[in-house]
Design a protein around this ligand. Structure first.
Ligand code: NAG
Ligand code: NAG
Ligand code: NAG
Ligand code: NAG
Ligand code: NAG
Ligand code: NAG
Ligand code: NAG
Ligand code: NAG
Ligand code: NAG
Ligand code: NAG
Ligand code: NAG
Length: 827
């Protein structure tokens, strides 16, 4: 009886203070005087990881290895191995602190099997080994870490650990695979960071690349597909000094998460599912056939969208078309027409030089070379060097050049950047006698036109070269920014073109009504044509914004640096007297609302086009929210602020203007509400609180408008507005019937339903329930059908309360029509 009581107490005691007891196998450290035998293990404080001897699961041998594994996981999951290539063949092994102070593994004959092998200067009994909560095994003395397993990773990359290279310490923290699932000895695969010359992740097989991520641009690896790219936006911490130090780490809520380089050379990302008590695979890299390094051979690009997936790039043809058609891509692509390399450098070749063919959304080729050229000079840099075969420009990386073979190109769906392939000029023309004659005459016309333009430019340039007022302005701006404490705003002012008012007035025919494109949130927009023939859109800002000249210019300079495929490009500005004008690239297809809500043009946007638009808007918004230098909340996102280019790609406009106009205000709460009724989140419309989530609300409304082809203010049967109507259909299980009948197609029913669901998630009443934009993109692109279930949107409450709110805030009138509120409040 007494014995039994003691036993109970002992068990209780053991449960609570296991780690400090040698008796129980749950101790967490080894000292000089307390080695452990094969039957004993260390358990870390939080009980997640265990360290000791193990035999691999399913192994037919009885070899013993020393390693670290997850303790509570039924199926043995080893994350680190010490004596991977020197196993012990029986259970006589011992792990101890040697008389040199190192952690060592010895076999029954007391022969050394493995050692941490560091120089220890203190007495051996002053060092000890501890298994930390993170799964890191540390050899330390009273103040210094002498050795740690996180600095000697094997096949697993765990939370809090670093992966990459450190130039200062010379560390190369890479992953190496096991030989097989049952054999932990060194396998043939490694995953590492290479710097050549930009940091990227590579998986190698016996030092030959089998996969690469594409270069790091400061935010993402530009060759990754979206689903994986987003991993690096959330929770990942990258430190990069561009001098050989590039370390990635990540944090998760629990430690039950790892990346593992499996013996098959695939990098698995796994997390623990507490309800099924099993590992879930969140991602596999490489994930598709196109991801395999150089699968298509040189000068060919891989696309999952096409059959066969490999295609020679423009200007190249398969060397052996028979083999190529049979799917043997090793026969490689060769240049069809030799380059007229010299003609281009000779100048004035009458269009006979080489040109570039643009490929969109590409994983750029391997073996890139770095150039210091800016965006404008990048193509010149390439064309001027006969060995240059392609170039690309990314804002975060700069100018990239390739010479020789172009290998491992892939056409990505959402991510990727524009790649320019050098081709002979003749590639741009179709062949045949008649077309040659036509092109000849066209060339003649072009030539005459060119001469005219040249002459026009001459006369244009004759005016005084340096405008005095503009120069003064530059000077003041330079003073302003050089004295500015915020380094992030240090931008070269000369990069932003200043336009003269007179030029803009002439180009828009004195802002004639005929040239008016529309009314934006901050003033009317006009179409203009510059003397050089370039079409532009000019926004004439409403006067008296209350904004100082310097602040305005400074903001505009920053905004003009934001460049993204899905943002309208700011070409420059003009400030003269009372006039403030912004000059944008001209979008011939006007804005999204002109298609969505127009019965005649609705059908131009089929479902695929609409989906592409939805995706593009999300991407542009993600860029605004995530840009490293300044976070921009749009605050007036709506269909009429989404412009379309000639290929119906969406471009967000008016971004950053809200910022320009509010620069002196409290960023979190503002009395001046910028926005448009019907797109405003309740917390913003009522209390003036805004955040990324208010933009997400507007995004959700746009989702539903794009799907349905109806305005949010439009009343459905039963007097329901669009959000209420969508919510009703969703609850009735008929979400897909929200779709515009002109686009509805059964093939897309699932996709449409998903988009309705995402739209509803975005317009949920409470900002904290709404997803952020990266999650929205993930949801759009994932195959996973388990998306969260939306809660009721914010359509009913807002109505009532916003009316009440408005009456006691005299400065803030909410207008019911579709005009932006700034038009009222801005004055
Ligand atoms: C071990 O064998 C079982 C049954 O054959 C199999 O299901 C499991 O996948 C194997 N585990 C490993 C790590 O090979
Ligand atoms: C185990 O290995 C040792 C040498 O490392 C060898 O002497 C011994 O015979 C082996 N024992 C068995 C059972 O293979
Ligand atoms: C460590 O060993 C030295 C002699 O080697 C001894 O004097 C000292 O007391 C020991 N310290 C501890 C903490 O055991
Ligand atoms: C991996 O790291 C080890 C140790 O720093 C280094 O010897 C090896 O060359 C690295 N491998 C690769 C592929 O970077
Ligand atoms: C690893 O590489 C070696 C030599 O390069 C080769 O003999 C061996 O078969 C490879 N092992 C695997 C599992 O591919
Ligand atoms: C990111 O990593 C750097 C260097 O490893 C570290 O100093 C910093 O604390 C980390 N930041 C976060 C948020 O984890
Ligand atoms: C490490 O830094 C030194 C000095 O900054 C530089 O010369 C060297 O090229 C760097 N190494 C790498 C791999 O970038
Ligand atoms: C865990 O697995 C179950 C069943 O497959 C699934 O429903 C659940 O969503 C998973 N949990 C997480 C956090 O993914
Ligand atoms: C193309 O490849 C096929 C099969 O390998 C071969 O028979 C044929 O001779 C090749 N043709 C040329 C033009 O090289
Ligand atoms: C360019 O011209 C030089 C001589 O002017 C000639 O040697 C060279 O072959 C030419 N290169 C090409 C690609 O035609
Ligand atoms: C042209 O490019 C090659 C390869 O990058 C380089 O070695 C060479 O120096 C370049 N030539 C000139 C004139 O820039």
């Amino acid at each position: 009886m007494v014995i039994r009581g003691c036993f109970l107490v002992l068990i209780l005691f053991a449960t609570f203070s296991c780690f400090s007891l040698k008796l129980c196998f749950g101790q967490d450290r080894i000292t000089f005087s307390t080695p452990i035998k094969d039957s004993e293990t260390l358990l870390c404080n939080n009980g997640i990881f265990r360290f000791g001897f193990f035999t691999p699961l399913n192994s037919t041998t009885r070899l013993r290895y020393v390693g670290i594994w997850y303790d509570k996981v039924q199926v043995q999951t080893v994350v680190w191995v010490a004596n991977k290539d020197t196993p012990i063949n029986d259970t006589s092994g011992v792990i101890s602190i040697s008389d040199k102070g190192n952690l060592v593994v010895t076999n029954g004959l007391n022969r050394l099997v493995w050692s941490t092998n560091v120089a220890v200067t203190v007495a051996p009994n002053a060092t000890w080994v501890q298994l930390m909560d993170t799964g890191n095994l540390r050899l330390q003395d009273n103040g210094e870490i002498l050795w740690e397993s996180f600095k000697h990773p094997y096949n697993s990359f765990l939370p809090v650990m670093n992966f990459g290279t450190n130039n200062r310490t010379g560390e190369n923290l890479n992953l190496t695979s096991w030989k097989s699932n049952t054999d932990p000895s060194t396998g043939n695969y490694t995953a590492c960071i290479s710097h050549s010359p930009f940091p990227q992740i590579m998986i190698l097989k016996s030092n030959v690349p089998i996969w690469r991520s594409g270069p790091w641009n400061g935010q993402i690896f530009i060759g990754l597909p979206d689903s994986i790219s987003l991993l690096f936006l959330d929770g990942f911490n990258v430190s990069n000094d561009n001098k050989g130090t590039f370390l990635i780490s990540y944090a998760t809520d629990s430690f039950m998460h790892h990346f593992n380089l499996d013996p098959d050379g695939n990098l698995y990302m796994r997390s623990w599912n507490t309800s099924t008590r099993a590992w879930m695979v969140d991602a596999i890299i490489p994930s598709t056939t196109c991801d395999a390094y150089n699968i298509c051979g040189p000068f060919a690009s891989c696309s999952l969208q096409e059959v066969p997936p490999c295609k020679c790039v423009r200007g190249y043809v398969p060397r052996n078309i028979t083999e190529w058609n049979r799917g043997i891509f090793t026969s490689e692509c060769v240049r069809r027409v030799p380059l007229k390399c010299n003609a281009s450098t000779g100048g004035g070749g009458g269009g006979k030089g080489d040109g570039f063919f643009k490929m969109q959304k590409m994983k750029v080729p391997a073996n890139v070379e770095k150039s210091i050229a800016n965006e404008k000079d990048c193509p010149k840099q390439c064309i001027n060097n006969c060995s240059c075969t392609a170039y690309a420009y990314d804002r975060g990386i700069g100018c990239m050049l390739w010479s020789g073979s172009l290998v491992d190109m892939q056409s990505l769906l959402g991510s990727g950047i524009d790649l320019y392939i050098r081709v002979s000029h003749s590639e741009f023309k179709t062949h045949g006698k008649r077309t040659v004659m036509i092109t000849a005459s066209v060339l003649g016309v072009v030539f005459i036109a060119a001469v005219c333009v040249l002459l026009a430019c001459r006369t244009f340039k004759k005016r005084p070269e340096k405008d005095r007022s503009a120069e003064l302005l530059f000077q003041r701006m330079e003073e302003l920014t050089s004295g500015n404490e915020s380094a992030s705003k240090q931008v070269k002012l000369k990069d932003l073109p200043l336009f003269e008012f007179e030029v803009l007035a002439t180009s828009t025919d004195n802002f004639s009504l005929r040239n008016k494109l529309g009314q934006g949130g901050f003033g009317p927009v006009y179409k203009g044509i510059l003397p050089e023939g370039q079409e532009i859109a000019v926004k004439r800002l409403s006067r008296a914004s209350g904004q100082g000249l310097e602040e305005l210019l400074n903001e505009v300079v920053v905004i003009s640096k934001l460049q993204h495929r899905n943002l309208v490009k700011l070409l420059g500005c003009c400030i003269e007297g009372e006039e403030r004008l912004l000059v944008y690239e001209y979008m011939p297809k006007k804005s999204l609302d002109a298609y969505l809500f127009d019965t005649l043009r609705q059908s131009i946007l089929d479902w695929k086009a609409r989906f592409n638009i939805i995706e593009g808007i999300c991407r542009g918004l993600l860029y605004l929210h995530r840009d490293s230098r300044l976070k921009i909340i749009h605050r007036d996102l709506k269909a009429s602020n989404i412009l379309l280019d000639e290929n119906l790609n969406p471009k967000i406009s008016d971004f950053g203007l809200a910022r320009v106009f509010q620069v002196n205000e409290d960023e979190a709460n503002t009395r001046r509400v910028v926005g448009t009724y019907g797109y405003m989140s309740p917390e913003y419309a009522m209390e003036g609180f805004f955040s990324e989530k208010s933009d997400v609300f507007s995004l959700g409304v746009i989702f539903l408008e794009i799907i349905s082809g109806k305005k949010n203010s439009h009343k459905e049967d039963n007097n329901l507005n669009l959000l209420a109507y969508a919510w009703k259909l969703w609850n009735d299980g008929q979400a897909a019937s929200l779709a515009d009948p002109t686009v509805f197609d059964e093939c897309f029913e699932k996709e449409i339903t998903k988009c309705v669901q995402i739209g509803l998630l975005c317009v949920q009443e409470f900002a904290s329930d709404r997803p952020n934009v990266s999650t929205v993109i993930w949801m759009l692109t994932t195959e996973n059908t388990n998306l969260p279930v939306p809660k009721q949107p914010a359509f009913i409450v807002r109505r009532r309360v916003s009316e009440a709110e408005c009456s006691d805030q005299s400065s803030q009138k909410v207008s019911i029509n579709d005009v932006s509120l700034t038009a009222i409040t801005g004055r």
